[in-house]
Design a binder for this molecule. Structure first.
Ligand code: MTE
Ligand code: MO
Length: 409
């Protein structure tokens, strides 16, 4: 078939499939650009391709970036169907775990290694932890002047149970020199440009974080193979730090004797002004610092915002709180826009770097409109701000208090 006819044929059959899925004709379908997914089908694709909950919010399908509404984060351990998706490039396909090799190399490695996935599982002890992964850009939508990028609201966070081997055990096997300062990852996803030589993202963590017990080379999420979208068959999981250091589909770990300089380590990427600046300020690269531990934060996961209370002035609320590398020491709620606060019941985390459940019984004095605000404080005494914190060019680290609306009849 000549190219043009081929394209026409693909377009016709795609259109027919789209129409069937939508249950109606796409009027003007002739004008639908090739490769453009109708928004009416985004959530169907999400369910069909990735097994996701259809009520997740699609921010982008090229690449797939999808967030989770707060009430779908109510479970202590986030089910795979409700985990947000953040991709900088194309999600790989044709992944074969039986031939998967992880390469360990870099300036500061004593004995470079190629380890098969099977050997990784057999030769090292496995550990399981609940770990919070939150995208550095979670909350970006609220910054002004606006920051480019996916307009995450509150849903680029999850707390899954990860099983894998400790990065430190594998690094010990390879041996690391005393000049090691950073550990970086590389994955096999491809650049949106289609250029196979372009690395999508390669970030890293200081050696001290890499050697923590909870830093995992994970091959299971919630007790099952990691879903393809989340990094099957092998991903790095670094709890409490921006999600971008938890590399997916990884096939290489590189131990550096300098701060890693891969794509998305420099410039405005995952870096914020070292000192607070006025919104909209232009910054020099040397005035920007790499994000490390994420700030203290909380999310009300029950009830859903907009709840209506019938004939009752009392409501049980609950949610989760987390604080990067630190423990959450206190969570409070307010029903008077932050004028006064009352303490919530707060659970200990099941392990370090997992989120913590909070709950409270809230009494409303009379009928009317209320907002419930939640505010967490970490073990250092640092609390969430009530409004959007320090502006930065890419809109990272918004940990403002979460608010829900409640109407009491
Ligand atoms: N290889 C690779 N790893 C990656 C990314 C990516 O685009 N490619 N995105 C990162 C970012 S920015 C985040 S927030 C998390 C998101 O993980 P998830 O999609 O499993 O929720 O993966 C990180 N790891
Ligand atoms: Mo991210």
């Amino acid at each position: 078939m000549p190219d043009k006819n081929r394209r026409e044929f693909i377009k016709k059959s795609t259109l027919a499939a789209f129409s069937a899925a939508l249950g109606t004709e796409i009027v003007f379908g002739d004008h639908l650009p090739v490769d453009l997914l109708p928004i009416g089908l985004q959530n169907d694709e999400l369910v069909r391709k990735f097994g996701k909950n259809p009520d997740l919010t699609v921010l982008n399908d090229r690449p797939w970036n999808v967030e989770t509404p707060p009430h779908l984060l109510d479970d202590p351990v986030t089910p795979a169907s409700n985990v947000f998706m953040r991709n900088n490039g194309r999600i790989p396909s044709d992944l074969d775990p039986s031939t998967w090799i992880l390469q360990i190399d870099g300036e500061s490695v004593v004995k470079p290694l190629d380890i098969s996935l099977n050997d990784l599982k057999d030769k090292f002890q496995s550990y399981t932890y609940q770990l919070v992964i939150e995208c550095g850009g979670n909350g970006r939508a609220e910054y002004y002047p606006p920051a480019k990028g996916n307009q995450w609201t509150t849903g680029a966070v999850c707390n899954c149970e990860w099983t894998g081997v400790r990065l430190k055990d594998v690094l010990e096997e390879a041996g690391i020199n005393t000049d090691a300062v950073y550990v970086a990852y590389y994955g096999i996803d491809t650049h949106l440009s289609g250029d196979p030589d372009k690395v999508v993202i390669s970030r890293g963590i200081p050696i001290e974080k890499a050697l923590e017990d909870e830093t995992l080379l994970a091959f299971k999420m919630n007790g099952k193979d990691i879903p393809i979208a989340h990094g099957f068959p092998l991903r790095l999981v670094v709890g409490g730090w921006p999600g971008s250091v938890s590399g997916k589909w990884i096939n290489r770990i590189r131990v550096r004797n300098i701060i890693h300089d891969g794509p998305k380590m420099t410039g405005d990427s995952y870096r914020v002004p070292c000192e607070p600046v006025a919104p909209g300020t232009t910054l020099k690269p040397e005035d920007m610092c790499i994000i490390e531990s994420m700030p203290v934060k909380s999310l009300i996961t029950y009830p859903k915002t907009g709840a209506v209370l019938q004939n009752s002035g009392s409501l049980s609320i609950r949610g989760h709180a987390w604080a990067g590398d630190y423990l959450v020491k206190k969570v409070e709620y307010s029903i008077d826009f932050g004028a006064t606060w009352s303490e919530c019941q707060l659970d200990n985390p099941p392990n370090r770097l997992a989120w913590q459940r909070f709950s409270a019984r809230v009494n409303f004095p009379r009928a009317g409109y209320y907002e419930v605000w939640a505010r967490a404080t970490d073990e250092r005494g640092i609390s969430q701000p009530m409004i959007v914190p320090g502006w930065n060019p890419k809109g990272y680290l918004n940990n403002a208090c979460h608010r829900i609306a409640v109407k009491v009849l």
